[in-house]
Design a protein around this ligand. Structure first.
Ligand code: NAD
Ligand code: TYD
Length: 339
């Protein structure tokens, strides 16, 4: 199978490309990535140099001519759309790029794929489209969409367009909604790599609000397997939830990380909460278990130990990705939170 992966130089895309080329000797992958602050071409440079089944294309999913060209002449059988602006805090700071890429870009991809009669389109979405949970219950695929951040609203917009493309045109789209990922190559603006970086540097660890918000953590390879199963076995027009069966409070995650790194809890600083901060996410993935045979394979402590080991071995990667743009956003955002 010839797959167009978008956003393959980001966190989940990088892990997906690596895993799929390893598990499927008969697959080839074209990776279309705009290389925003969160995209790093070096993540897959070894494949670019040594793997003939991998091709990198620098470009934007909003660029109609480019996407039409990539999908021309039977060169691609399926599309997997990871490309997105993905960080909630940045979406609070400036929603505009989120609407451009996550809504307009996703629609452009679907429209080009529809016109080129692409046989399969997986749109990668998030549990955040469902909004927030109280102390009990889990999100199912029929939970109403109630996004609370500009990020999740833009993802929900694309999910609804995917639904409309299936209902209106019979377009063979499938949507995945997954909980919080962690693992190698995650950009150090997200909770786990950010706290790792600060702890290593002896800097304070900024926990939002009371630290009791809950996320359902999934190791990135487990999510990638879910996307793979959706692509190879899913029912067209369906939505599949994926989760890690690992609900943890933020403060537990931060304390566990400090304990692995043998750093003092005095580094923890409670800061002003994120506006519109969702309290709790938890995924019911029984549909994916039943229809796709999906189950997460790593528990949180195994996954976290593996993740920390990767960051320990890849200090230069962490240095490389902290560009000027990264530092500008982080400095202003956290200065504001600590007032
Ligand atoms: P990321 O921010 O690490 O990577 C996003 C990638 O998309 C980057 O390589 C970036 O350069 C690229 N990109 C951005 N705009 C683009 C554009 N207009 N055209 C082409 N490429 C563009 O994100 P991630 O954490 O790897 O998330 C990947 C996908 O998975 C996103 O759609 C996200 O909403 C979804 N998701 C993420 C999580 C999570 O916990 N990280 C959970 C559920 C779903
Ligand atoms: P994040 O990694 O940004 O993912 P998401 O907002 O998509 O769930 O944040 C995970 C949780 O950690 C979320 O409840 C917000 C919290 N958090 C902090 O407490 N401090 C931080 O510096 C960051 C980045 C996140």
């Amino acid at each position: 199978m010839k797959v167009l992966v978008t956003g393959g130089c980001g966190f989940i895309g990088t892990n997906f490309v690596r895993l799929m080329l390893k598990s499927h000797p008969d697959w080839s992958i074209v990776n279309l990535d705009k290389l925003t602050y969160a995209g790093n071409r070096l993540n897959l440079l070894d494949l670019e140099e040594n793997e003939p089944r991998y091709q990198f294309v620098h470009g934007d999913i909003c660029d109609r001519d480019l996407v039409m060209d990539l999908l021309d002449g039977g060169r691609i059988d399926a599309v997997v759309n990871f490309a997105a602006e993905s960080h909630v805090d940045r979406s609070i700071n400036d929603p505009s790029p989120f609407v451009v890429t996550n809504v307009n870009g996703a629609q452009n991809l679907m429209e080009c794929a529809r016109q080129r009669k692409i046989g399969r389109f997986v749109h990668v979405s998030t549990d955040e489209v469902y909004g927030t949970l109280g102390p009990s219950g889990k999100f199912t695929e029929t939970t109403p969409l109630a996004p609370n951040s500009p990020y999740s609203a833009s993802k929900a917009g694309a999910d609804l367009l995917a639904r409309a493309y299936f209902e209106t045109y019979g377009f063979p789209v499938l949507v995945t909604r997954c909980s919080n990922n962690y693992g190698p190559y995650q950009f150090p603006e997200k909770l786990i790599p950010l706290m790792y970086l600060n702890a290593k540097a002896g800097k304070s660890l900024p926990v939002y609000g009371d630290g009791l918000n809950v996320r359902d953590w999934i190791y990135v390879d487990d999510h990638c397997r879910g996307v793979e199963l959706t692509l190879t076995k899913g029912r067209e027009g369906s939505v599949y939830n994926f989760g890690g069966n690992a609900e943890e409070t933020n403060i537990f995650v931060v304390r566990t990380l400090l304990s692995i790194l043998d750093r003092p809890e005095s580094l923890i600083t409670y800061v002003k909460d994120r506006p519109g901060h969702d309290k709790r996410y938890a995924m019911d993935f029984s549909l994916a278990r039943k229809e796709l045979g999906f189950a997460p394979t790593l528990n949180f402590s195994e996954g976290l130990a593996r993740t920390v080991a990767w960051y320990e071995a890849n200090g230069t990667w962490l240095e490389q990705v902290q560009s000027g743009e990264y530092r500008n956003f982080m400095d202003t955002w956290y200065e504001e939170r600590s007032k």
